[in-house]
Design a protein. Structure first.
Length: 240
């Protein structure tokens, strides 16, 4: 059984179609939407869909706190169900195409974590990305590899599949980053626990509706937070 987690904030123009396309895969998937009290009513729309979709659930969070807390709450929720072998997470804006989910799952038969990667052969990003966005993405991944020591091409992407035992091995009571640095931190924790990680190529498309939530401030916050994380872990390791 598979859980697909979709964090949302103001995605009313995308979420219904996204859930429908996931259902068309005809796989044993339960969809969990984690909505951060979207002002546009995304959470209410998903709540209404539950009446006709038995495989759909939604967590209504009180406020927007970043994807880190949203994912942690979702991970705890699906792990408590004790019914899933694989847990996939993806963006709610169609930048991650559901058609890649079967490929993620196929690779997850052999690896513990599978990353939908923009930066391996066969992957790519939307031509609509401007030069600054491309630079920030490339630099962010370079930075994560150098500072954190990750052995991946795409450390910041949010389209992934975890075997359940990977998430069970992580202590979510410890300090985690709130923003997009959380995605890097999850790979860091996974690598520290000696799980295998594999990348499959995906094309990262531009969102269909709405505006991107990524900006320079979010990226800078992630850079400084990751550097602090690495220094803290090295200090604790040396103390032992």
């Amino acid at each position: 059984m598979i859980a697909v987690i979709i964090p949302t904030y103001n995605e009313k123009g995308n979420v219904v179609r996204l859930i429908d396309e996931i259902d068309r895969l005809n796989l044993p998937i339960d969809v969990l939407v984690v909505d951060d009290n979207s002002p546009d009513g995304t959470g209410g729309i998903v709540e209404s869909l539950k009446e006709t979709k038995a495989n759909l659930d939604v967590i209504h969070r009180k406020k927007k706190e970043g994807i880190g807390p949203a994912y942690i709450e979702a991970f705890r929720y699906v792990l408590n169900k004790q019914r899933y072998d694989y847990i996939v997470h993806m963006d709610g804006d169609f930048s991650h195409n559901p058609k890649y989910i079967p490929q993620l799952l196929e690779a997850a038969r052999r690896y513990d974590v599978v990353v939908g990667s923009r930066y391996v052969k066969g992957g790519g990003v939307s031509h609509a990305w401007n030069i600054l966005r491309k630079f920030l993405s490339r630099f962010g991944n370079f930075y994560a590899r150098i500072i954190i020591g990750l052995r991946l091409n795409d450390c910041t992407g949010g389209f992934r599949c975890y075997r359940t035992e990977v998430l069970k091995s992580i202590d979510f009571n410890k300090k985690f980053l709130n923003g997009y640095g959380f995605l890097v931190q999850m790979l860091y924790e996974t690598q520290k626990n000696n799980f295998t990680i594999y990348e499959i190529p995906i094309f990262f498309d531009e969102r269909i509706e709405g505006t991107s939530k990524m900006n320079l401030n979010i990226m800078l916050e992630a850079f400084f937070s990751l550097a602090t994380l690495r220094l803290r872990d090295k200090f604790l390791h040396n103390e032992r």
